[in-house]
Design a protein around this ligand. Structure first.
Ligand code: PEP
Length: 246
């Protein structure tokens, strides 16, 4: 299946810095063999939408409200994201689970809101270092995915899943290709039990993926792309990951 490389800019960027970054990506786009997206802060959706318009670079968001509309100050709804032609939306990133206490049920509802608006949720799951050391990795990721399966039923084959071990996100410590593949296989098996279309779900790896480790990770049978944080802020680094996915 076609791989997906999605950049997560997190709370980075500026009107001034975004334009040359996106333009550098677009210069390379004709050679891409995989799907590519950038998930930008909501205030920059209009800017980046205008820059990528009609091009191969897909627009993504980093979060969505569990609510449809109304008195929820500061929230951004799925319909609002759709207004800006958002194609992908990260939900359940470990930073949101940790800093904003997002529960598995909240994440599942966010995925549902995105799907209902025609936006593909990139659902993040992953264990902390303490959980890995306690031998709980499989239990944790299965519980996180089960909530999304439970809430989204047959639509589950429409999601993108991202395995992001918390100990690897933003730390420079990457899971080895074997460690990542082992968890991806567990997730694939769980998806297969939930949907006959599970084989078309892309399972991304995220966690300090960079130009030098991408090829080994992306060569694994159940790793269908990457969710890239730090390396997505530099065009050359991001593009070399895109090239490794080709
Ligand atoms: C992320 O934010 O999803 C991520 C994987 O970050 P980094 O690549 O910086 O570890």
């Amino acid at each position: 299946m076609k791989k997906l490389i999605a950049g997560n800019w997190k709370m980075n960027g500026s009107l001034e810095a975004n334009a040359p970054l996106v333009q550098a990506l677009l210069m390379d786009a004709s050679g891409w063999a995989c799907d590519v997206a950038v998930c930008v802060p909501p205030v920059y959706l209009a800017q980046v939408q205008a820059l990528v318009h009609g091009n191969r670079l897909n627009l993504g968001a980093q979060d969505v409200s569990t609510h449809e509309a109304g008195a929820f100050t500061g929230e951004v709804s799925a319909a609002m994201l759709k207004d800006f032609a958002v194609r992908y939306c990260i939900v359940g990133h470990s930073e949101r689970r940790h800093y904003h206490q997002e529960s598995d049920a909240t994440v599942a509802l966010k995925a549902q809101r995105a799907l209902a608006a025609g936006i593909t949720p990139i659902v993040c799951v992953g264990e902390t270092l303490a959980q890995r050391e306690a031998g709980l990795t499989e239990e944790v990721v299965k519980r996180q995915l089960a909530a999304v399966v439970h809430t989204n039923g047959h639509c589950i084959s429409e999601i993108v899943l991202a395995y992001e071990p918390v100990w690897a996100v933003g730390t420079g410590n990457t899971a080895s290709p074997q460690q990542a593949q082992q968890v991806h296989h567990v997730l694939r098996t769980q998806l297969q039990a939930a949907s006959q279309h599970a084989d078309r779900v892309r399972i991304l790896y995220g966690g300090s993926m960079n130009a030098s480790n991408a090829a080994g990770l992306l060569a694994q049978p159940d790793i269908d792309g990457g969710l890239i944080g730090g390396a997505a802020l530099q065009a050359a680094a991001f593009l070399s990951i895109v090239a490794a996915a080709g």
